[in-house]
Design a protein around this ligand. Structure first.
Ligand code: FAD
Length: 424
């Protein structure tokens, strides 16, 4: 093939990028393309990931072509302009991604451009593992068992070099400023440094103050790191690989149930939630009066990221204690999280709310017991709650038991079995 276009979407990397590797093998000239869809948010993280991708592509001898508009029509316009015979992209599962692919399929067919999709967003492609009599796995443990037996595709190397077509319009590329490591480069560094102490992941990953999870989720979301390559580099840390499998699990759930963002996944699950805006605003602001919940919410506001244990506690408190609609909480997370991901965010929210894939949908986390277990020294709360920092040890988890005013609200509600005081 003379010319091929690679449409980058959620695979902003050169290592183990099957669409890019195939184009580099099959075509004499390759056009790496990213289309900015004005309908989608454009966070700073994405801009820096694109800057890093551009710098890697330039090192290989190519560049990043950037267009703005509807991704399907822009991609086909570019393909037509460079005389491309083929267009490749990574297959993805959200409703948005499926519409994009449907439009691309029609437009490519009309222009006689060969369209090919590739794996790479997940480790095991959604839909490729099916239980007997079903189109997807509804429960994690059997999925994990089946997933572990899959023979994975080989990890692709980064291309050695790439050549753009001659006479590409200069306005199609632009110099992106790159200050410090970002995108794929930062992801690979982060992985290398985290791998040094990954062996204690199982013991420590739930300890909130230790903050020792990989923090790779934003990079995985934008595909700056290939989840397939990540598995090959972390094989010995099975509890970590299991978490990566959760990611695949929710992607195959979303693939089969495109309404995951809005409709309860579990047939018969309750859909009767309160629309208590006062409670919801207090929860968003980290002002519920339950320190572990407020610390999590303030971490989200400050960093655009939250520890997984805190996500579980805060989501459970909103839905199971305050009775507020999971969709409100999930949308708030989705807007603020750097790793905000349709499959993982809404899948996890539905799990916690009891409308999703949890086999024990009525469980609810007691935030005080969770705090005492996963933040036994109180240091996680102390990090995000300066007004409580003078409370010693785990007393910080129940400030209402310690006399004195701290400008901190009384709890909106308390789990039934915790100590109460008249001091407020
Ligand atoms: C209410 C709620 C909302 C969430 N929303 C998101 C989201 O929008 N995007 C997102 O990537 N994760 C989400 N998660 C899952 C999890 O909290 C994050 O993936 C994790 O905290 C990211 O930190 P890390 O990379 O250090 O994780 P690590 O512990 O280092 O795990 C490595 C990777 O495994 C995957 N992973 C870990 N736990 C889960 C899980 N429970 N479900 C799916 N994948 C998982 C992630 O890709 C993560 O980066 C959510 C969890 C809950 C309870």
């Amino acid at each position: 093939m003379r010319v091929a276009v690679v449409l980058f979407t959620r695979d902003l990397r050169i290592h183990d990028n099957p669409a890019l590797a195939a184009a580099a093998r099959a075509a004499e000239r390759v056009v790496p393309l990213f289309v900015h869809d004005p309908a989608l948010p454009a966070p700073r993280f994405l801009a820096s990931a694109l800057a890093d991708l551009q710098s890697s592509l330039r090192r290989l001898g190519a560049d990043l072509v950037e267009r703005r508009g509807d991704p399907a029509s822009e991609a086909v316009k570019v393909a037509r302009a460079v005389g491309a015979e083929g267009l490749g992209l990574a297959e993805d599962v959200s409703r948005y991604a499926k519409h994009r692919l449907a439009r691309l399929t029609d437009a490519c067919a009309a222009e006689r451009i060969a369209l090919r999709t590739f794996p790479g967003v997940t480790i095991v492609p959604p839909g490729s593992l099916r239980p007997a009599g079903g189109d997807h796995y509804k429960v994690f443990t059997p999925y994990w068992r089946a997933w572990q037996a899959v023979k994975l595709r080989d990890v692709e190397r980064a291309p050695r070099s790439l050549r753009l077509p001659d006479d590409l319009p200069a306005s199609w590329t632009r110099d992106r400023a790159l200050s410090g490591p970002a995108g794929e480069t930062a992801a690979r560094r982060q992985l290398t440094s985290w791998l040094r102490h990954a062996s204690d992941y199982e013991e420590i990953h739930d300890n909130l103050a230790a903050d020792r999870t990989s923090r790779l989720s934003p990079y995985l979301h934008y595909g700056c790191l290939s989840p397939r390559e990540l598995v090959s580099r972390t094989e010995s840390v099975e509890p970590f690989v299991r978490q990566l499998c959760w990611r695949d699990f929710y992607h195959q759930v979303l693939d089969a149930f495109p309404d995951l963002r809005r409709k309860p996944y579990r047939p018969g699950a309750t859909d009767a939630w309160k629309d208590d805006r006062t409670a919801f605003e207090a929860w968003k602001a980290g002002q519920t009066g339950i320190p572990i919940v407020d610390a999590g919410m303030r971490q989200l506001l400050a960093e655009g990221w939250m520890h997984n244990r805190a996500r579980l506690i805060t989501a459970s408190f909103l839905t199971k204690h305050l009775g507020v609609d999971w969709r409100l909480g999930a949308d708030h997370f989705y807007d603020l999280l750097l790793d905000g991901d349709v499959a993982n965010n809404y899948g996890n929210w539905q799990w916690v709310a009891g409308t999703g894939n949890d086999t024990k949908p009525y469980r609810r986390f007691n935030p005080i017991r969770q705090a005492e277990r996963f933040d036994p020294t109180g240091d996680y709360v102390r990090r995000y709650m300066p007004e409580l920092a003078d409370l010693p040890g785990k007393a910080i988890h129940q400030p209402w038991l310690v006399p004195g005013s701290r400008g901190y609200p009384a709890p909106l509600t308390l789990p039934e079995d915790v100590g109460r005081s008249t001091q407020g």
